[in-house]
Design a binder for this molecule. Structure first.
Ligand SMILES: Cc1cc2nc3c(=O)[nH]c(=O)nc-3n(C[C@H](O)[C@H](O)[C@H](O)COP(=O)(O)O)c2cc1C
Length: 218
């Protein structure tokens, strides 16, 4: 009887030791990109670009760059989808002085955007470092239509980026206008690059429509 009790105590001790050891064993490392977020949040949110965010200056991650300016988010959405379907990197043309709602009042001839668009020589400064274009063969260039044209900050961009040897493909969003001659004007100012015809997109354009367009350019 005593022997049986001793055996049972031994067994319990061994089980307790095993349980303790299991509790100290480190679990699997959190996977890269989980970012410590609780739950099953995706590492790359839906709608984000397919490649890296090019914050300017640094090393490019691919051969396609989607560069865009967006004041109210419509062109950004299209640019993000385009980067996702092309696997391209994203670069946002950020104004040194962000546009306020009053600045964007196109009904007011004295608003900042109206004054800029009425002055062909206006060149609003870009606040983000310009992207290093080495390694990129294709640059999609996105912008909203302002007063029938590309916002003047696009003029600043194309005049300061060396686009020689790069295929430039403009795209725009708008309240209804087409792309018109906005891209032609940018091409003249750029003085370099192989410019393909631009295209207008609705802000809720589907990936399928974007893919079809990208395929048609090849
Ligand atoms: C200053 C200003 C001028 C605009 N001019 C036009 C225009 O001439 N034709 C048009 O269809 N939409 C015009 N719009 C509407 C924008 O093109 C449209 O809302 C666009 O999708 C905004 O893009 P974003 O959200 O990327 O800035 C204008 C908007 C602003 C703020």
């Amino acid at each position: 009887m005593k022997h049986a009790i001793r055996q049972a105590l031994c067994l319990l001790t061994v089980l307790a030791l095993l349980a303790g050891a299991a509790a100290c064993t480190p679990g699997p490392e959190p996977s890269a990109g989980s970012g410590g977020t609780a739950g099953n949040a995706p590492a790359i949110p839906d709608g984000a670009g397919g490649g890296q965010e090019n914050t300017g200056g640094g090393e490019p991650g691919g051969t396609v760059l989607v560069a865009y300016f967006s004041a109210t988010g419509n062109t950004r959405r299209v640019a993000q989808r385009l980067a996702a379907v092309t696997g391209g990197d994203l670069y946002e043309i950020q104004p040194a002085e962000p546009y306020t709602e009053a600045d964007l009042d196109y009904g007011n001839p004295q608003s900042r955007s109206s004054l800029e668009m009425n002055d062909p020589d206006a060149r609003p400064a870009i606040g983000s470092p310009l992207p290093a274009l080495q390694g990129y063969t294709t640059v999609y260039l996105g912008y909203p239509i302002w007063h029938g044209q590309a916002p003047r900050i696009l003029c600043t961009f194309v005049e300061n980026c060396a686009l020689e040897g790069v295929t430039v493909i403009p795209f725009c969003t708008s309240g209804g206008s087409g792309i018109g001659n906005s891209a032609g004007l940018l091409e003249e100012l750029a003085g370099g690059g192989r410019w393909l015809p631009g295209r207008h997109f609705a802000q809720d354009v589907t990936d399928a429509a974007l893919l079809e367009w990208v395929g048609s350019l090849a």
